[in-house]
Write a protein that binds this ligand. Structure first.
Ligand SMILES: NC(=O)c1ccc[n+]([C@@H]2O[C@H](COP(=O)([O-])OP(=O)(O)OC[C@H]3O[C@@H](n4cnc5c(N)ncnc54)[C@H](O)[C@@H]3O)[C@@H](O)[C@H]2O)c1
Length: 314
């Protein structure tokens, strides 16, 4: 078989996706790429590289006879606000490099967009697939531009590029970073280490979320779907659950009744307030059969168990 390349492989999504792809297609067929060295427990093929280096990326893709690219390398919401120039460069030059190579070598591409594409003028409840996109963050600007670039490469050059607007993703196989929704992961480190957490969003900030296993399963479903089933070439709305910090805390208190939470909203509150509270992802459900498996209680248990084990191995 042709091999599969995962860029941004050491990140939160990549760490889970690489494992899922290795078990589905065999370790020897998966090439993990990242700017940073992999963690010591990583097993498999790994290349340290910057996705902005077109020539190096192209020769790696040809050398390994790559047939699919999951292009995850990029800066997230808070990181992009700290360094907008770098976000523009990595998020869009990296994507264009991947699409240019895909167009010449018949490669199927997955690229994640985000709920960061929404802005003040977007309806916040059950946000429709086709709506207003006026984000006020550099992250959102790169995601809207990236979606349009994907659609352009599909229509103009026939590139088979597929995309999901990921909601906040909650996993534990890599450390969470500085994403705005990642309080929902950090909170479990607070719970297990000191039975308290200082939350950078307010108690009633409702955001669309998903457990990582669902996100990985949905990503693979989309990539396996027949091309004619894919009616959206910008990016599909994609969601599972919507909850607030207070609702998550209520679940956590079923595990630890005296868990202490302090709300101290910071600059990320403004980012969160500009996003949707819930998403209408009926197009994904209709086109390729998307359905989540994790609700809030099931996700809470899975994250608690996973992070507890991770901390005990430190
Ligand atoms: N985590 C979420 O909740 C979420 C939500 C919506 C969309 N997404 C999207 O999913 C993708 C992956 O997100 P994540 O949470 O795994 O992010 P992450 O920050 O955990 O990982 C990103 C990885 O990309 C690597 N990287 C950064 N710049 C690079 C470069 N120039 N060349 C090669 N590698 C580089 C980083 O080293 C890191 O390992 C991103 O495109 C992100 O926008 C994530």
């Amino acid at each position: 078989m042709k091999r599969i390349l995962v860029t941004g492989a050491c990140g939160l999504v990549g760490s889970d996706l690489v494992l899922a792809l290795q078990s589905k297609f065999g370790s020897e067929n998966i090439i993990a790429l990242d700017l940073h060295d992999p963690p010591k427990e990583f097993q498999g093929r790994f290349e340290k590289m910057d996705v902005r280096d077109f020539e190096k990326l192209k020769s790696l893709i040809l050398q390994y006879d790559i047939g699919q690219i999951f292009h995850l390398a990029g800066l997230l919401s808070a990181g992009s606000e700290k360094n907008p120039d770098m976000a523009w460069d990595v998020n869009l030059s990296g994507l264009k490099n991947v699409l240019d190579i895909a167009k010449d070598h018949n490669i199927r591409v997955f690229w994640p967009s985000s709920i960061g594409v929404y802005g003040e003028t977007t309806p916040k409840i059950l946000t429709p697939q086709h709506t207003s996109f006026e984000p006020n963050t550099m992250y959102g600007v790169t995601k809207v531009s990236g979606e349009l670039l994907c659609q352009y490469y599909h229509h103009r050059y026939g590139v088979d590029v597929r995309s999901l607007r990921y909601p906040g993703l909650n996993g534990y196989k890599a450390m969470p970073g500085d994403g705005t929704t990642e309080y929902a992961i950090h909170i479990f480190y607070g719970l297990i280490r000191e039975n308290r957490y200082e939350c950078f969003l307010s108690a009633d900030t409702r955001l669309p979320m998903m457990y990582m296993d669902d996100a990985i399963r949905g990503t693979l479903m989309l990539m396996d779907a027949p091309s004619e089933a894919i009616t959206i070439r910008t990016s599909y709305n994609f969601t599972a659950i919507s909850f607030t910090p207070a609702e998550l805390v209520a679940e956590i208190r079923k595990i630890s009744p005296d868990f202490k939470i302090i709300y101290k909203p910071d600059y990320r509150q403004k980012i969160a307030d500009s996003w949707s509270q819930s998403i209408d992802d009926s197009q994904a459900r209709k086109d390729w059969g998307w359905k989540e498996e994790y609700d809030l209680p099931k996700m809470t248990t899975a994250l608690y168990e996973g992070i507890k084990e991770r901390i005990s191995n430190e």
